[in-house]
Design a protein around this ligand. Structure first.
Ligand SMILES: Cc1cc2nc3c(=O)[nH]c(=O)nc-3n(C[C@H](O)[C@H](O)[C@H](O)COP(=O)(O)OP(=O)(O)OC[C@H]3O[C@@H](n4cnc5c(N)ncnc54)[C@H](O)[C@@H]3O)c2cc1C
Length: 186
């Protein structure tokens, strides 16, 4: 249904573009102003020769076609045209002496790698990797859900949340910021 009035959006990043899509779907006329030559904001890449320079998005929440957020992406873009690459190695940290730590996407490989690098921490490492296995299917509540569906979703999550609570009890807290990991006893 066409509505009176026009919406002017300043900035053609993901937020501005999504706002424009929803405004158009709701029947508004839209002016989208972007200061750069192309839209996309932080989520842009460019090619030089045979290389793609990807300065921002390295992973996308909602890439899994079965996941809740994938449906959200479908509303605003043709996400099925994108090719997602699931790397075996998520990140690698190397020190100045050439020693390296591989963070694998596969939890069994990750566990083996961490135990190899720090065998003295084997018990904690196995607690950590078991937590990943336990929580891998934790359902993500949909932001648009009605309250009844939200409560049902929370009830489904309850066993995992209780498990998570007991998991953290008496454990050191780990704060990760990029490759830097800080551990504090609390
Ligand atoms: C290094 C890096 C890595 C990241 N990695 C990931 C990742 O792996 N996965 C993930 O999901 N997210 C990642 N993010 C976050 C994600 O990229 C951003 O949250 C998202 O792109 C922000 O979108 P936005 O539309 O809010 O803002 P922006 O992308 O900043 O868009 C704002 C737009 O507004 C325009 N603009 C500003 N002022 C004006 C003006 N006065 N007139 C006209 N135009 C204007 C700008 O040119 C820009 O295009 C990463 C961010 C960075 C910086």
């Amino acid at each position: 249904m066409k509505r009176p009035g026009k919406i002017t959006i300043i900035g053609g990043g993901i937020a501005g573009l999504c706002t424009a899509v929803y405004a158009r779907q709701s029947g508004y006329e839209v002016d989208l102003l972007e200061q750069h030559q192309s839209a996309g904001g932080l989520a842009t890449s460019w090619r030089r020769g045979e290389y793609t320079f990807e300065t921002c998005l390295h992973w996308l929440v909602g890439s899994n076609p079965g996941g809740t957020l994938h449906a959200e992406w479908r509303e605003v873009c043709d996400i099925d045209r994108l090719r997602f690459v699931d790397h075996e190695e998520f990140v690698r940290v190397e020190d100045e002496h050439g020693a390296s730590l591989h963070i694998y996407a596969d939890v069994d490989c990750l566990e083996a790698e961490l135990v190899k690098v720090a065998p003295e921490d084997e018990i904690e490492i196995r607690h950590f990797t078991n937590a990943i296995r336990q929580l891998v299917d934790l359902p993500m509540p949909h932001p648009d859900q009605l309250w009844l569906a939200r409560i049902a979703g929370m009830l489904k999550m309850l066993p995992d949340l209780c498990w998570l609570g007991s998991f953290w009890q008496g454990r050191p807290r780990v704060y990760a910021a990029g490759p830097l990991v800080i551990m504090t006893q609390s």
